[in-house]
Design a protein around this ligand. Structure first.
Ligand code: EPU
Length: 302
């Protein structure tokens, strides 16, 4: 979608927005799939309510984009604009055992910066791609840890009330790949409380997780990580593998040969290819095991 209203175009810089017209979301998402739209880079948290008001007043629909690492976007000209936080500087501020982190900060870099200040706990998250905001919204986890365990405060723009709020950790529920945030809430910043550990010990933990990840996941390929959530007591990857579906393809969308819950874009896969593959695999698992697999990947349909 292109913003054509001159009034909006003129007002955007005043509310801290850099406009990237006709951005290709295929170039932003880790799956390398997605159509084009105007991308609004938000440089000031505090002006987000004004930006939203401006867009709503002109009937311009919008969606909040994180790092694009767990996202499947439809193809073509998209019927909404995308808003994304611009990089903050500094984006990680450490005081004692607390790290205050901007939502646009890279998760892996945050884990490393905290480690250098002898703050651990998040070793398992080192290889999870994307931003801290995205990890927070999904309660990202790996190797027995989830980011939610360390959250003490969240600064969030609330879609329902259109105001920025500071929530305490205990006002938010963090479950397996799910939080109590609404789809139209936008994560702005988080305060984490992390246990003290020596850098050397943290590094050791990071190395072990990296090795496990390298051995089991298709890291060099375009993917959105795991496509499905694991159903309680079962492993989506193992079931898909047991059904012999590794390598199954629709166009260039393909079930990874390395990890069956990773679907990769092996070339020029379209969103339709990927969605068809997701539907086909879900159907096979339902028939064979009786589990209705739920998407872990977030899908932006038109
Ligand atoms: N397995 C197979 N074949 C496969 C894949 C897995 O047999 O193709 C088996 C493994 O051998 C293992 C079991 O299934 O016995 C579980 O596999 P794995 O340890 O890889 O973990 P997972 O449950 O598939 C989860 C998370 C990952 C996270 C890893 C490591 C979900 C949906 N996935 O994967 O997170 O990195 O554990 O902690 O919760 C993601 O969220 O996108 C993601 C990749």
């Amino acid at each position: 979608m292109r913003i054509e209203e001159q009034k909006v175009l003129t007002a955007l810089p005043g509310v801290g927005v850099d406009l990237k017209p006709g951005a290709s979301l295929a170039e932003i998402t880790y799956l390398g799939i997605g159509g084009t739209t105007d991308l609004l880079r938000l440089k000031r948290h505090e002006s987000i309510p004004h930006v939203v008001k401006l867009l709503e007043a002109h009937g311009i629909p919008f969606k909040f984009l994180g790092g694009g690492s767990n996202l499947l976007v439809v193809d073509g000209e998209l019927p909404w604009v995308a808003m994304q936080l611009a990089q903050a500087d500094p984006d990680v501020v450490i005081e004692g055992n607390f790290a205050t982190v901007d939502a646009a900060a890279d998760l892996g870099r945050t884990v490393t910066l905290c480690a250098k200040r002898d703050l651990g706990g998040m070793e398992g998250l080192i290889g999870v791609p994307g931003t801290v905001g995205g990890a927070l919204r999904m309660n990202a986890g790996a190797y027995g840890i989830q980011i939610g365990s360390y959250v003490r405060e969240v600064k969030v723009y609330r879609g329902a009330t259109r105001v920025i709020e500071i929530l305490k950790g205990d006002q938010i529920s963090f479950e397996y790949r799910h939080t109590s945030f609404a789809p139209d809430d936008m994560m702005l910043a988080v305060k984490l409380e992390l246990p003290s550990k020596s850098f050397r010990e943290i590094l050791q933990g990071i190395r072990i997780c990296n090795e496990k990840r390298r051995a089991s996941q298709p890291l060099g390929q375009k993917s959105a990580g795991c496509i499905f959530k694991n159903p309680p007591g079962a492993s989506a990857g193992r079931m898909i593998d047991e059904l012999g579906l590794k390598g199954l393809s629709v166009g260039d969308a393909r079930v990874s040969d390395r990890h069956a819950n990773f679907f990769v874009n092996a070339g020029k896969a379209s969103a339709k290819d990927m969605l068809t593959l997701i539907g086909d695999v879900r159907e096979c698992v339902r028939k064979a095991y009786g589990f209705e697999l739920e998407n872990e990947v977030v899908v932006w349909n038109a």
